[in-house]
Design a protein around this ligand. Structure first.
Ligand code: SAH
Length: 232
């Protein structure tokens, strides 16, 4: 393995959607730092760890780290700093160190914070690309996310109706990530703009995978964290 700390993308959920390159690196890793969060019921949940388990990566190498989801980012930063320290120590002891993220590790992935710190500290890092959830979603629905001269815009859950309308009037395809953060705006928008097509996806690549483009249903649905929308 190259001597650097490796940021490995795991793909959206289905273990088959990982790259061969990522798989080879995971098999050789001594330590794999893997993010987890707390469910509403207080249980530790980690989509990344679920993927690693399905890929039969030895659980002995996996180090779960808890990332608080609160709006107070200082808590999350503290968690990342701890990972950074442990990963640095393991790397300096000659271990093969990997940090994983779902989807692509360079696409709205909060571990960029750790990556940037390593760069600032002069620790060599590299990244292995992966399939982002919205690309897997397009395949699931048989959508050409963009074709010919079309343009694409990706919005990270921060959405204003006027802005959205402007993009769609220009014929752009809009991807909304972190949909649960803008439920009310989107549901009101669907009601006000029935001519658009709203492709809704949940838990792409997992057993709970769900797709719908029924506007009535989408106006009433509770959008979970792992949901996104493609509007055309
Ligand atoms: N790095 C990830 C994105 C992380 S941001 C990627 O490349 O896809 C987290 C957001 O991604 C979630 O709020 C949701 O909008 C989306 N997401 C990630 N995985 C998903 C999945 N399996 N199904 C649907 N949406 C998903």
């Amino acid at each position: 393995m190259e001597s650097s700390i490796l940021f490995v993308s795991l793909g959206p959920g289905n273990p088959d959607l990982i790259t061969l390159k990522a798989m080879k690196v995971l098999r050789k890793a001594d330590v794999i730092f893997c993010p987890s969060t707390k469910s509403r019921q207080g249980q530790s949940v980690s989509r990344s760890a679920d993927i690693l388990r399905e890929l039969e990566i030895s659980s002995q190498s996996i180090r779960l780290f808890h990332v608080p989801m609160s709006k107070n980012r200082a808590d999350a930063m503290q968690a990342y700093d701890k990972v950074r320290e442990e990963a640095t120590a393991a790397y300096q002891n000659g271990k093969n160190v990997v940090i994983v993220a779902e989807g692509d590790s360079g696409f709205y992935s909060s571990i960029h914070y750790i990556y940037d710190k390593f760069v600032a500290d002069g620790i060599p890092v590299s990244r292995i690309a992966g399939i982002p959830a919205f690309i897997a979603a397009g395949a699931l629905a048989g959508l050409h996310v963009v074709k010919q001269e079309e343009k694409l815009i990706v919005l990270p859950g921060i959405v204003e109706a006027d802005e959205l309308q402007e993009y769609l009037e220009k014929g752009m395809t809009v991807v909304i990530m972190k949909l649960s953060q803008c439920t009310e705006t989107i549901q009101a928008f669907i009601a006000a703009h029935p001519m658009q097509t709203y492709h809704y996806f949940e838990n792409v690549g997992t057993e709970k995978e769900y797709y719908s483009c029924d506007p009535t249903e989408l106006q009433a649905k509770v959008y979970p964290y792992f949901s996104l929308m493609i509007i055309k």
